[in-house]
Design a protein around this ligand. Structure first.
Ligand code: ARG
Length: 401
């Protein structure tokens, strides 16, 4: 029996050509697996048929939209996951769910190897292969673009020569990865980091310069997870989709950064993540009301480390899982409503309410009803400043000697 290789298939030129390219180079049969993480665009059945048309012996589509929203986007929201403080980990969190389905398909179809379409310069190759190694230690990995010299020019020539059922003429200069949590655009004209992104780069967001009327939205959370928008109950996937639409219309969630890749390269990235950024903003504001100060401060450092691990392809690692336990525990009281105005590229919170609030009006107020004993502040400040004061007088004494 021939060896079998499972290929992560997107339906695009590179992975369509990869089917035959891998078969030619290795003599193996190729099983194409397409995973729906809410990337939109073409119908998944069309993509499946194309894989078969390009020579896959089996083609399989996994609808992972709810799984991705529930088990990958929601943990990212609970963590307020932003790599380098900016990037909501759009591609980084989709790789582990795709890996899960690739490994599952490898088992089902009796494959020994998993293939993906990444280059040798990015983070995604690391995320795929570390994930595959972790979930299927016996599986081998192969990346035709990196390991079998499948360049773009060769891909176009191959597709034309073999008459593959794929359009090769449309020249898109950008490398785009998208899912329901957001969209990442790189390369081409953007590689000059002084060049501003042009309008055609964006798809999830409208230009914020000429916004429609402000859109006020109330998001309800239960233990860190959004459960309703304007009182209408929704699944996590539906909440993200609804906010992609409404925050996207206002140009919320456009991000333009130079980012540190795991492989040591700095790269220019354009992201748009309207739903994710609106949700993270709302969630963070609800945490401000419901999480105790020291707990919140420590969670911010946990969140940063969590984001780095996820960015670096360590989704299935013991440390990441341990931090998940901390983060989940921190969400016990993160329930309530956040009201925010989406307008002109911004999501600005203007109201919050929670049955588990730590905000105490009687402690906070400067009006009548104040229950805070101001006389205790003086002694507190004396002790709080004591060690600095002692050190400072030592410094002055030593300087004077
Ligand atoms: N730089 C981002 C990351 O490493 C996005 C990569 C997206 N991939 C792409 N082909 N555009 O997570």
């Amino acid at each position: 029996m021939k060896e079998r290789i499972v290929l992560a298939y997107s339906g695009g030129l590179d992975t369509s050509v990869a089917i035959g390219w891998i078969a030619d180079a290795t003599g193996a049969e190729v099983v194409a697996v397409a995973v729906d993480v809410g990337q939109g665009g073409e119908d998944m059945e069309t993509i499946r048929q194309r894989a078969l048309g390009c020579g896959a012996v089996e083609a399989y589509v996994a609808d992972a939209r709810d799984e991705f929203a529930d088990e990958y986007c929601m943990p990212t929201l609970k963590a307020n996951g932003l790599y380098q403080g900016h990037y909501p980990l759009v591609s980084a969190i989709s790789r582990p769910v795709i890996v899960k389905h690739l490994v599952k398909a490898a088992r089902e179809f009796g494959a020994t190897t998993v293939a993906h379409g990444c280059t040798g310069k990015g983070n995604d190759q690391v995320r795929f292969e570390v994930g595959i190694q972790t979930l299927g230690p016996d599986l081998k990995c192969i990346a035709p673009v990196r390991d079998l010299a499948l360049t773009r020019d060769k891909a176009i020539a191959y597709a034309e020569e073999k008459r593959l059922p794929i359009v090769t003429t449309k020249k898109n200069p950008y490398s785009i990865d998208q899912n329901v949590w957001g969209r990442a655009v790189e390369t081409g004209y953007l590689e000059d980091i002084w060049n501003a992104p042009t309008k055609d780069i964006y798809d999830y967001t409208q230009t914020p310069e000429f916004p429609p009327a402000p859109d006020e939205v109330t998001i309800s959370f239960k233990e860190g997870v959004p459960t309703a928008v304007d009182g209408a109950e929704m699944s996590p996937l539906q909440v993200i989709q609804e906010l992609n639409r409404r925050a996207g219309a206002q140009g919320v969630g456009r991000i333009d950064v130079v980012e540190d890749r795991l492989v040591g390269i700095k790269s220019r990235e354009i992201y748009e993540a309207p739903g994710a950024m609106a949700l993270i903003t709302a969630h963070k504001h609800l945490e401000d009301v419901t999480i105790e100060r020291e707990h919140a401060r420590f969670k911010a450092t946990v969140s940063q480390r969590w984001s780095e691990l996820v960015y670096d392809g360590q989704w299935f690692s013991p440390l990441k899982r341990a931090l998940d336990v901390f983060i989940d525990d921190s969400q016990k009281h993160v329930s309530g409503d956040i009201r925010m105005v989406l307008h002109g590229g911004q999501a600005v919170v203007n109201g919050r309410r929670s049955d588990s609030s730590l905000y105490d009006f009687n402690l906070a107020t400067y009006d009548t009803g104040d229950t805070f004993d101001q006389s205790s502040a003086k002694g507190f400040i004396d002790l709080w400043g004591m060690s600095s004061k002692v050190a400072s007088s030592r410094d002055q004494r030593v300087a004077g000697e």
